[in-house]
Design a protein around this ligand. Sequence first.
Ligand SMILES: [Zn+2]
Length: 272
Amino acid sequence: MRVLIMSDMEGVSGIVTWDWVNYGSPMYQEGRRLYTQEINAAVRGAKAAGATEIVVVDCHGAGGDMSFNSLIPEDLHPDCEFVAHHTWGRYTEILERGCDAALMVGMHARAGTPDGVMCHTISTTTWRSVWFNDDEVGEFGINAALCGHYGCPVVMVTGDEATEREAKEIMGDGLEAVVVKKGLSRFSARQVPPVRARQMIEDGAKRALLDLPKKRTRPYIPGKPTTITVHLSTVDTASRFMGRPGVELIDPLKAVSVAEDWMTAWNQVWHY
Ligand SMILES: [Zn+2]
């Protein structure tokens, strides 16, 4: 069984503000430790369920040279392999070879979620909301669609309560969700301590993967043709969407990309 773990920092237990996830901030190194241990918990769970190949891809943009490179190599579980420094949402090698399931660990809610801890979509300043046809999505939905394009279902998510809600909108109630905190606002939360959170994640990953034959979730594939709508926060960012084939700025703050399938529409609009 081949398993992809897509990981982010904002949804990790113990992490509630930017200081813990931004390179150069006082608590960043502590945040990396908490992050790496939650990933290890998911790896243990996957291994217990019979995974024979486990690849972790760090999807957290910490800034500078630490973007997509926040896991601590020395502390990582020896039974996984990990991808660092790869452009966000562009690691597809394991998916192309055929991946049985994806686990999303440490995820956060989309921009504009009142109880979403550190909620944002891609960029805190550029993207206000993103839609795949009639589904409003955040980073979870984008990653789920990437996996879905290759026929890979997301079977577990971990993060706060708002992330669970958002992920189940996309994947349905069969999705295994491990909630390690409840957002009280964007920058405050009631939390499960890391030690217990890790046990919950290990158990959740094992449960989700053991249940694979039951197909509790299906790959997320937005309807075809696919329309991707991006609502922008500010007019100056609109220039990034100008002159891109297949993309139209239908008003100063709204870019629309239409194509035969999600991947093509996404490739047209994705400017990073
Ligand atoms: Zn992040």
